[in-house]
Design a protein around this ligand. Structure first.
Ligand code: NAD
Length: 357
């Protein structure tokens, strides 16, 4: 029987609670679809600072590197807010992304039919359902470019640099074109080519790459226009590919359209099949330990892991279908509406498991 090694980074706040439910669902799915899963836990974030003094111990990097995939809860919380920047829980997150070479961030912005009324957009704007995949470059651009502080005519000044080379653009471009091929074959590349040289290189490279994918319809939008189009007519999008900083902003905008932060998953991939999968929300310290966190984003992250790292797409479908089904009747408090059954974190995990079995 095939078996996969998964490193669990439960992290802080609600992290352990939501990971426990995701593991429950993965175990049931593995049993049904005939594969095994071995788990190994490692420390990241605030819990790692408490135990070892640093947010990303080397042991965690080693465990993640030697596994088939990594499942992360969330890190951070007020307890560690006074740590210096380089030793904050979030520094651990950036560190593990760098150590694993995770250059592609996939952020689906999906509205499940039963949650349509949670979206801040009118129903006629979102239509039947929304399903956009944002592919964000994660290890280049202005967040990693040359930066500095200096004095300009005696006045304090600072600068950051947006830089991409063709290889970096092709690498993320291929992830996005491949993704479009698996979906509706429509790719929107987002840049600021009317102003930035780095964006002009981005656009030229995407156009050249498109000759390798004749079936994919490629179009281009300036980032400011894309931000508007996402709320004016989100139905026009299938896959969006963009740089680190533009993707950071647009993926948050797109996730807000879906209306519930506890529902959205994400994946970060490197050039092998190794990926790190996590919900987009944080550690929610305000509700940690109360058993009311919504575990569905983490459960949907497991579905992404099965699809993109482990090639178990039937198992991934089963989890996604079970989540769509459970939402018709069962809700955690953050997405509760009248007439539904209100459940705890673990009851939600059980309800998803019951639909998969
Ligand atoms: P947050 O996402 O943790 O919480 C925002 C709001 O959404 C809170 O009211 C919270 O209760 C609610 N919420 C979030 N996830 C939920 C869930 N699964 N179910 C129900 N409600 C949920 O964002 P924040 O409050 O800005 O940040 C809290 C901590 O998390 C900070 O330390 C921040 O740095 C960290 N953070 C970590 C990550 C990560 O680990 N990837 C991402 C974002 C923020």
């Amino acid at each position: 029987m095939k078996s996969y090694n998964i490193t669990l980074l439960k992290g802080d706040g609600i992290g352990p609670e939501i990971i426990n439910e995701a593991v429950k669902v993965l175990n049931v799915t593995a049993e049904k679809y005939g594969f095994g899963v071995n788990y190994e836990e490692a420390l990241l974030g605030g819990c790692a600072i408490d135990a070892t003094g640093v947010p990303l111990p080397q042991e965690t990097v080693d465990k993640c590197k030697s596994s088939d995939s990594v499942l992360l809860g969330a890190v951070g919380g007020p307890k560690w807010d006074t740590q210096p920047g380089s030793n904050r829980p979030e520094a651990g997150l950036l560190g593990i992304r760098g150590a694993l070479g995770l250059f592609a961030n996939l952020r689906p912005a999906v509205i499940f039919e039963p949650l349509k009324n949670a979206s801040p957009l009118r129903e006629d704007i979102i239509g039947e359902a929304m399903d956009i995949m944002i592919v964000r470059e994660l290890t280049g651009g202005i967040y990693f470019g040359k930066r500095g502080n200096f004095e300009e005519d005696g006045i304090p000044a600072a600068y950051d640099t947006e830089k991409y080379n063709v290889n970096e653009i092709q690498r993320i471009g291929r992830v996005a074109f491949d993704m479009a091929m698996k979906r509706n074959k429509k790719l929107t590349s987002v840049d600021k080519a009317n102003v930035l040289d780095s964006s002009r290189l981005w656009r030229k490279t995407m156009i050249e790459l498109s000759s390798e994918y004749p079936e994919v319809e490629l179009n281009h939008l300036y980032v400011d226009n894309c931000a508007m189009q996402l709320v004016r007519n989100p139905k026009q999008f299938d896959v969006i590919v963009t740089s680190n900083i533009f993707g950071d902003i647009l993926s948050d905008e797109a996730s807000m359209i879906s209306g519930s932060i506890g529902m959205l998953a994400s994946a970060s991939l490197n050039s092998t099949k190794l990926g790190m999968y996590e919900p987009i929300h944080g550690s929610a310290p305000d509700i940690a330990g109360q058993g009311i966190a919504n575990p569905l984003a983490t459960i949907l992250s497991v579905a992404m892991m099965l699809r993109y790292s482990l090639d178990e797409s039937k198992a991934a479908d089963a989890i996604e279908n079970a989540v769509a089904e459970v939402l018709k009747t069962t809700r955690t408090p953050d997405i509760y509406t009248e007439g539904m059954k209100k459940v705890s974190t673990s009851e939600m995990g059980d309800a998803v498991c019951a639909l998969i079995k």
